[in-house]
Design a binder for this molecule. Structure first.
Ligand code: ADP
Ligand code: MG
Length: 405
């Protein structure tokens, strides 16, 4: 362990009373914007191992693998599997949530994790502790490989396995009406050998608005908003160089939480009625990253740049339609943004140097299976969230339907 990490772990154990009696910290495995995550051994593992049925009744710990009542051989096999898992040393991930996070935000994360218990594709919450203002969440430790190490090597069948796993997790989360809001490689812990991944980090997740939510029209004031926008000084002057000064256009507030480069267009346009479809867009960005072998694929400094990147690919026409849908307007005089944009297929060929301008001046076209992946990608990249594929539909799509094992 790196000396500075050792020092950090020591400090954490000093300040969080009682943690030493319960866990042996092994290493620091993650340092994000909102938390630090440590790998640890649970020293009380045996205690609740023996008592798990009692604890289960009290609803204290994550449910053990035996969830459903099973009979005959099935039950025996399941019990054996359970015993095997229980005999292994119990490693956990301790997520120390930064004290700068608001209590309601911390509660939200724990509450949503609690709601998602029982879905294998979502990292379950074992328990949580608080010492003064410090909250820690305890999760089972999942071995995984850094995305950067494997994404360039992935074949189409590898992608199918990866995305089956990711979309299974998304279907589970979305079935509960929960939007993850931060789908990206570091929040999906994937192990290529195991061909399985789990979704983590519900720090930005939120519940979707009620079931009678209207199709995305950003509320009733949408027409009024469009009128005000069109009449504003900046809009009447037409696209100007750089950002408009004295911008009198009505501003708008919406949840924009998420990570640069993974935000769906409706998030960028500050749509106030965002849905689970924003996660599908982000999953699409991961697929584009893998297929283009470029990470990060989108690399904008802010939301305006992000819109420019999206407009460059999809063309100004579709971008304008998309803006209109969310009660706003999109204008640009940037010469590189064309009317029609580019086909995803072309972008993938360019970025992998397989187009005719590539190494030996000969185009290496996409294989039929790669074309299938692009067809799926197009469904994830529908600019209109209402038309974008859902996680459940995605699992029925030709790209993911067949289990490729
Ligand atoms: P943050 O909100 O700070 O991004 P995350 O929940 O995403 O926190 O955790 C940060 C990192 O810690 C993850 O990207 C991952 O590398 C590691 N991590 C989180 N949970 C686990 C876990 N259950 N098992 C193994 N590693 C984990
Ligand atoms: Mg994270």
């Amino acid at each position: 362990v790196d000396p500075s990490v050792a020092e950090d772990m020591e400090k954490f154990q000093e300040t969080f009373k009682g943690i030493r009696d319960r866990f042996r910290l092994i290493n620091r495995i993650g340092e994000g914007t909102f938390s630090t995550v440590y790998k640890a051994e649970d020293l009380m593992y045996d205690v609740y191992d023996n008592d798990w049925d009692i604890e289960e009744k009290e609803n204290k710990w994550a449910s053990p693998p035996l969830k459903k009542r099973r009979t005959g051989m099935d039950a025996l096999a399941a019990m054996d599997e359970y015993a095997q898992q229980r005999r292994r040393p119990k490693y956990v991930a301790i997520k120390k949530i930064y004290v700068t996070s608001s209590p309601s935000r911390i509660l939200n994360e724990l509450d949503l994790l609690n709601d998602l218990r029982g879905f294998d594709s979502v990292c379950p919450l074992i328990t949580a502790f608080r010492h003064t203002d410090q909250v820690v969440a305890v999760l089972p430790y999942f071995r995984h490989t850094d995305f950067r190490e494997y994404f360039r090597k992935m074949t189409v069948p590898d992608m199918q396995i990866f995305f089956r796993s990711l979309f299974t997790a998304l279907a589970a989360v979305h079935s509960k009406g929960i939007i993850h809001r931060d789908i990206k490689p570091t929040n999906f812990l994937y192990e290529p050998d195991k061909k399985r991944g789990v979704l983590v980090d519900f720090g930005l997740a939120e519940r979707e608005e009620g079931p009678d939510m209207k199709p995305c029209m950003c509320g009733e004031q949408v027409n009024e908003r469009r009128r005000r926008l069109q009449n504003s000084v900046a809009a009447q002057m037409g696209p100007a160089n750089g950002y408009p000064r004295n911008d009198s256009r009505p501003s708008r507030r919406a949840n924009r939480a998420g990570t640069r480069g993974f935000r769906a267009p409706e998030v960028l346009f500050k749509c106030t009625e965002q849905s689970t479809k924003i996660d599908i867009w982000s999953a699409g960005v991961i697929l584009l990253t893998i297929m283009s072998k470029r990470f990060p694929f989108f690399n904008s400094a802010d939301d305006v740049e992000a819109m420019i990147e999206i407009a460059t690919i999809f063309g100004i026409k579709r971008m304008k339609q998309c803006a209109f849908l969310h009660g706003t307007v999109f204008e640009s005089n940037i010469p590189t943004i064309g009317d029609k944009g580019f086909q995803l297929e072309k972008i993938i060929l360019w970025s992998t140097c397989r187009n005719d301008g590539g190494k030996d001046g000969r185009e290496i076209p996409l294989t039929p299976e790669e074309k299938l992946a692009v067809r799926f990608l197009e469904r994830c990249f529908e600019l209109d969230p209402n038309k974008r594929i859902s996680a459940k539909e995605a699992l029925e799509h030709d790209f993911l339907k067949e289990e490729v094992y």
